[in-house]
Write a protein that binds this ligand. Structure first.
Ligand SMILES: Nc1ncnc2c1ncn2[C@@H]1O[C@H](COP(=O)(O)OP(=O)(O)OP(=O)(O)O)[C@@H](O)[C@H]1O
Length: 262
């Protein structure tokens, strides 16, 4: 597989020969990819081709699935995250995740943001951290007068930005987003996309999306995955988003992005 990351960019995640199994079923097949720092990389491809599985292997979330096995090598800043000496909790602190359906805790807005930092024994000023995280998540102005209200009282789009604030509050390096806007209306979706662009100044973002326009709008790089009859997902093409959307190097990519299958 040709690797088309630009040479002047630093690699933050380096994946080599990744295979992920659920029991005997192989969901991800021989994927090698490098993820650039402080960029947005979109994972696209038909349903079931292993995009979420890939994402979850970047913060060892697959380990929470009893049948899942991960083979291959994934380094984060040069460190093998599957090394037996590495604590998965530490990996998840560095690699945060935002899910498809906003999932705030049934607690106050303030507590939602403070939660992770509290668990990690954060010693700084919690009020400042909460404000800074909510500002970074473009939610502060909407909630600053009701921090004690339940996170569940917010709209879907606000809840998703609250989940992003919660993720940011533990100062990760990478934010994984699994279809973060698919449960939201077009306006809330645009706000999340604008926010992602802003966040990419400080964080590396990997986003799974089914929305081609969204991938084209927000991401700097796009990885297109597909699967054959064995249903094991493999990487077809990876490179600069605008190049891929205007001039894909494979016909399969062209067919997918123009909606001919998937
Ligand atoms: N916990 C699990 N146990 C067994 N099989 C699973 C599990 N999670 C996912 N799979 C299977 O692994 C394959 C890849 O699933 P995954 O959710 O990673 O794909 P995806 O590309 O993200 O799909 P979608 O776009 O529909 O979300 C599918 O065949 C799915 O059925």
């Amino acid at each position: 597989m040709e690797n088309r990351m630009k040479t002047n960019e630093s690699v933050v995640i380096d994946v080599k020969d990744l295979n992920v199994y659920y029991g005997a079923f192989r969901a991800v097949k021989d994927v090698s990819i490098t993820i650039p720092q402080n960029k947005i990389t979109a994972f696209i491809g038909p349903s079931g081709c292993g995009k979420s599985t890939m994402l979850r292997s970047f913060n060892r979330m697959n380990e929470l699935v009893p049948s899942a096995r991960v083979h291959g090598n994934i380094t984060l800043d040069g460190v093998n995250i599957y090394d037996p000496d590495i604590d998965p909790v530490m990996v998840r602190r560095k690699v945060g995740m935002v899910f498809q359906k906003p999932n705030p805790f049934p607690k106050s807005i303030y507590e939602n943001v403070a939660w992770g930092a509290q668990i990690n024994g954060y010693k700084g000023n919690m009020d400042d951290l909460v404000e800074e995280s909510l500002r970074q998540a473009a939610l502060w102005d909407e909630v600053k007068d009701k921090l004690n209200q339940s996170g569940l009282s917010l709209s879907g789009g606000q809840q998703q930005r609250l989940c992003i604030a919660r993720t940011i509050a533990v100062k990760p390096e990478i934010i994984l987003m699994d279809e973060p806007a698919s449960a939201l209306d077009p306006i809330a979706t645009l706000r999340i996309e604008e926010l992602m662009e802003k966040l990419s100044e400080d964080y590396t973002i990997i986003v799974v999306t089914h929305n081609m326009q969204q991938a084209a709008r927000v991401s700097h790089y796009t990885a297109f995955f597909n699967m054959d009859e064995d249903r094991a997902g493999y990487l077809v093409e990876y490179g600069d988003t605008s190049a891929m959307f205007t001039n894909p190097s494979k016909k399969l990519t062209q067919d997918y992005i123009t909606g001919r299958f998937g």
